[in-house]
Design a binder for this molecule. Structure first.
Ligand code: BGC
Length: 716
C-alpha cells in the first residue's frame, strides 16, 4: 500500500477521524442513541463515525468482522479499523494478574503468557492490547498495583521487555497470532499522591528518570508499537498534553516513532484539570504534545479543522500522526486482510485449550509466595477431611481486567482441592465476606459455623483478602489490612485447628502483621486466574514447590509508601531517638521485597568478588555458593543488589541489578555468578549525566532484599 498517496488523498476530516478512538456502539448507532457516563454528549455525527480510525472494547471474531464490514462499507477511503482491547493478563485463559507474574521473577514465563494471550486475542480479532502496564508502584494503597509487576525498576524493566516480546513476537507483519503492544501509563502514574488513583504526581527529574522511566524505556527499546499516556499530572501538566514527556523525552530522546494514544477521555479531562478552557484547547495542547490518538473524547474531530484554519496547528502535525496510524495498520497487514487473525473456528480451538490452561496453571504456581510455614505445609496426601473456608474460596479468582475470561470458567480453591484430594471429604464454610469494613460481630454465626467444620478437619485452608473487584482502577484503599471479620475468622479457626494455612488473595500488598501473629502458614496468592484452584492445590499438597518472591514490600498498616530501594538519610533508623521512622509502629515492613519461602531451605554463601577494583571498561564477577539444605527439590531466586557508597546524588540503600533462578535437589550445591559492568553502576548524576562515578560500591547477594552481608569494590 502506498501510504503517502493515501495520506495525500485524505481530507482533513478523514485525518482527524483516524486520530479518534471510540466504542463500537457509537459507530453502529444509526439513530439518536443515548450516550452516557464518561462518553458524555459527543456531539458528533455519522459523518465522523463512518471514518473513525479505531475502536476499543469490541471482542470476538464474529463481532469484529461484522464491525469491520460495517465500517468498510461506509468509510470513503476504505481504511480498516484497528481493534484495541485491554488484554492485561490473558484474553480468555487468564494467568495471574501482573503483580503475580512479577512475583515469579521469571521473564520467560511472562513472555510465554503474553504470547498465549496474543494468540487468543488475535483469533478474537484484536490487533492491539493496552499492555504491558509497567508503572512503578511503591504505595500499597494504590488500586492499580495489581496491574504492574511491582516496585523495582530493574524487575519491571525486565518484565516489560519480556511482555512486549510475548505480545508482539519477532515479526508482527507476518505472525498473525501476535498483536501490537501498548506500554502504559506514560508516565509515573503509580506515584499518585497518597496512593489515590488519578491524583497528581510531583516528581523531580532525577526520581522520574532514575526510577519511574526505565520500565517504559525498556518497552520502547524492545520495539513496542504504542505508548499510552497517563491520566495524572506530572509536575502540574497532565500527560496527554505534556510536551516535555511525550515529544521531548519519548520521541526525541528515546527515538520512539510509534503511536501515542491517550487514556480514556483524558483529552477532555484537561478541562477538569484546569489547563484547558474547552475542547478546542484540549485538541491543540494534545496535538502539540504529539498525541496521535484521542481515546473516548472528540476534541480532535470537533475542533481540529478550525484550529488548522486559524493557523494554530499545521497540517504536518496531523500528517505525522495519521502516518503513524496508517503504518501500524499496514504493518498488521490490515489493508490486505482487514480481518487479520479473527477466526471463530480458531477461537473455539484455542481459547481455554489444554495447553493454555496448563500454562496458566504453571504461572499461578510460580506466582504464589509462601510467607510463613510453621511446619503445616505441605498437607499430607492422605488427609481424610479438609475444611475450606472463606469468602474467596468458592469461586474463581480471576482478577480485574479479565477481558473475555469468566469466573465460572476458572477453578476455585474449593474445586482445586476437590480435584486433587479425591478421596477426602471436603467441607466448606463462608465464614464472613471480604468487605474491608465488616465487623466480626456482624457475622458471628458464620464464623461459628466455620469454626465448627474446622475443628475436626485434618487440614484447613482459609481464603481471605480481596475480592477481584477490590483492586484495580479507581480502587485505591486508605487501609490495606484485612477486615476485622476476616482477622477474627482466622484467629478463631486457628484456635481450634493448628493445621491451618491462610491463603491471601490480593491485588496489592496487604498489611499482614495481625495474620502473621495468629496463622501458622500464610500464602500470598494474588488473583491467580483461570487455573488458580488447581495450582494452589498442587502447592498445598507439595506436588510442586513454592518459588515466588514478593515483587512489592508488604508493609504494616499506615506505612505506605514503603519500598526497599529508598534513599539513604542523614538519620537512618536505629530503633530509638531522633531517627527515621514512626513512633507508633516499628520501622521495618512485615515482609521485604524479594522475600518468599520454599518447602526446602537454601544456604547462600557470602559473595566473593573477582577483584576489589574495576576500571570503566572492566568487569567484576560476583560469586556465591547456593546449597539446597532441605529435604525436597526447589527453585531459589538468587538476587544481586548494589549500593553506591558515595555519589554526587544520594543513592538507594540497595538496588537490584540481577537475579537468577537455580533449581537444586536436596544436598545439591552450585555456584551462581553475576557480572557487574560499568552500566550497572550508572545513574543520573548531579551534573545531569547518566554515568558511573568512581568510588566504593557494596555488593549484596541473597534471596531477599533485607540482606546485610556484603562485599566491596572500587570503581577506579
Ligand atoms: C485505563 C486504561 C485502559 C483504558 C481502556 C482506562 O480507564 O486507565 O488502563 O487501557 O481505560 O480500557
Amino acid at each position: 500500500m502506498d501510504l503517502q498517496k493515501l495520506l495525500n488523498e485524505m481530507t482533513v476530516d478523514e485525518k482527524l477521524a483516524q486520530m479518534t478512538q471510540l466504542v463500537p456502539q457509537i459507530i453502529t448507532d444509526k439513530g439518536e442513541g443515548v450516550v452516557t457516563g464518561p462518553m458524555r454528549n459527543f456531539g458528533i455525527t455519522r459523518q465522523v463515525t463512518s471514518k473513525i480510525g479505531s475502536l476499543l472494547g469490541a471482542s470476538g471474531a464474529e463481532q469484529i468482522k461484522t464491525l469491520q464490514d460495517f465500517h468498510l462499507d461506509e468509510d470513503p477511503k476504505k481504511i480498516p479499523l484497528l481493534f484495541m482491547a485491554d488484554v492485561i493478563h490473558g484474553y480468555r485463559t487468564l494467568y495471574p494478574v501482573p503483580l503475580g507474574l512479577g512475583a515469579s521473577f521469571d521473564e520467560e514465563l511472562a513472555e510465554k503468557c503474553c504470547a498465549m494471550a496474543a494468540k487468543e486475542a488475535a483469533a478474537g480479532g484484536i490487533h492491539v492490547t493496552f499492555a504491558p502496564m509497567v508503572d512503578l508502584a511503591r504505595d500499597a494503597r494504590w488500586g492499580r498495583c495489581m496491574e504492574t509487576t511491582g516496585e523495582d525498576p530493574y524487575l519491571n524493566s525486565k518484565m516489560s521487555a519480556a511482555m512486549v516480546r510475548g505480545f508482539q513476537g519477532k515479526d508482527l507483519e507476518h505472525e498473525k497470532d501476535k498483536i501490537a503492544a501498548c506500554v502504559k501509563h506514560f508516565a509515573a502514574y503509580g506515584a499518585c499522591e497518597g496512593g489515590r488513583d488519578y491524583d497528581c504526581v510531583e516528581l523531580g527529574d532525577h526520581t522520574l528518570r532514575e526510577y519511574y522511566m526505565p520500565a517504559y524505556k525498556a518497552a520502547v527499546d524492545e520495539g513496542v508499537e504504542l505508548v499510552m499516556t497517563s491520566f495524572n499530572t506530572l509536575n502540574g501538566i497532565p500527560s496527554s498534553a505534556n510536551k516535555y514527556l511525550v515529544d521531548d523525552i519519548l520521541r526525541k530522546e528515546w527515538g520512539f516513532d510509534g503511536i501515542v494514544i491517550s487514556d480514556f477521555n483524558a483529552f477532555y479531562e484537561l478541562i477538569s484539570h484546569g489547563i484547558c478552557e474547552g475542547e478546542k484547547e484540549c485538541a491543540k495542547k494534545s496535538l502539540d504534545a504529539t498525541s496521535d490518538i484521542e481515546m473516548m473524547s472528540t476534541c480532535y474531530v470537533k475542533f481540529g479543522k478550525q484550529l488548522l484554519e486559524e493557523g494554530q496547528i499545521t497540517e504536518k502535525q496531523l500528517d505525522d500522526a495519521v502516518m503513524r496510524i496508517l503504518k501500524l495498520k499496514e504493518k498488521l497487514g490490515l489493508f490486505d486482510d482487514p480481518y487479520r487473525g479473527a477466526n471463530a473456528e480458531d477461537e473455539k480451538k484455542i481459547h481455554l485449550c489444554a495447553e493454555h490452561r496448563a500454562l496458566a496453571r504453571v504461572a499461578a504456581e510460580k506466582s504464589a509466595v509462601l510467607l510463613k510455614n510453621d511446619g503445616v505445609l505441605p498437607f499430607k496426601k492422605d488427609v481424610k477431611k479438609i475444611a475450606v473456608i472463606g469468602p474467596v474460596a468458592d469461586h474463581g479468582m480471576i482478577g480485574g481486567w479479565f477481558c473475555c475470561g469468566t469466573i465460572p470458567e476458572a477453578v476455585s480453591t474449593l474445586d482445586g482441592i476437590k480435584n486433587i484430594a479425591k478421596d477426602a471429604e471436603v467441607v466448606f464454610a463462608l465464614g464472613c465476606t471480604a468487605d474491608p469494613n465488616e465487623e466480626a460481630a456482624a457475622v458471628a454465626d458464620k464464623i461459628a459455623e466455620a469454626k465448627k467444620i474446622a475443628k475436626d478437619a485434618d487440614a484447613v485452608v482459609i481464603c481471605v483478602g480481596e475480592e477481584i473487584d477490590m483492586s484495580g482502577e479507581a480502587h485505591s484503599r486508605a487501609r490495606v489490612s484485612v477486615s476485622d471479620s476476616q482477622t477474627t475468622l482466622i484467629k478463631e479457626v486457628c484456635e481450634v485447628n493448628k493445621n491451618t494455612a491462610v491463603v491471601l488473595h490480593c491485588g496489592r500488598p496487604i498489611a499482614v502483621e495481625k495474620i502473621n501473629e495468629i496463622a501458622p502458614a500464610i500464602i500470598v496468592y494474588w488473583q491467580p486466574g483461570t487455573e488458580g484452584g488447581n495450582a494452589l492445590a498442587n502447592l498445598l499438597f507439595g506436588e510442586v514447590n513454592f518459588e515466588g518472591k514478593l515483587p512489592m514490600t508488604f508493609p504494616r498498616e499506615g506505612q505506605s509508601p514503603f519500598y526497599y530501594n529508598h534513599l539513604r538519610t542523614g538519620r537512618p533508623n536505629v530503633s530509638t531517638g531522633y531517627c527515621l521512622g514512626y513512633r507508633d509502629i516499628p520501622y521495618d515492613p512485615v515482609y521485604p521485597f524479594g522475600y518468599g519461602l520454599s518447602y526446602t531451605t537454601f544456604e547462600i554463601s557470602s559473595p566473593t568478588l573477582s577483584g576489589n577494583e574495576m576500571t570503566e571498561d572492566g568487569e567484576i564477577t560476583v560469586t556465591v555458593d547456593v546449597k539446597n539444605t532441605g529435604s525436597v527439590a526447589g527453585i531459589e531466586t538468587v538476587q544481586l543488589y548494589i549500593n553506591d557508597v558515595t555519589a554526587s546524588v544520594c543513592r538507594p540503600v540497595k538496588e537490584m541489578k540481577g537475579y537468577k533462578k537455580v533449581s537444586l535437589v536436596p544436598g545439591e550445591e552450585t555456584s551462581v555468578t553475576f557480572k557487574i559492568t560499568v552500566d550497572d553502576l550508572k545513574f543520573h548524576t548531579a551534573s545531569g549525566k547518566f554515568e558511573a562515578e568512581k568510588g566504593k560500591f557494596k555488593v549484596f547477594v541473597s534471596n531477599r532484599s533485607d540482606v546485610e552481608d556484603f562485599a566491596e569494590f572500587k570503581l577506579i
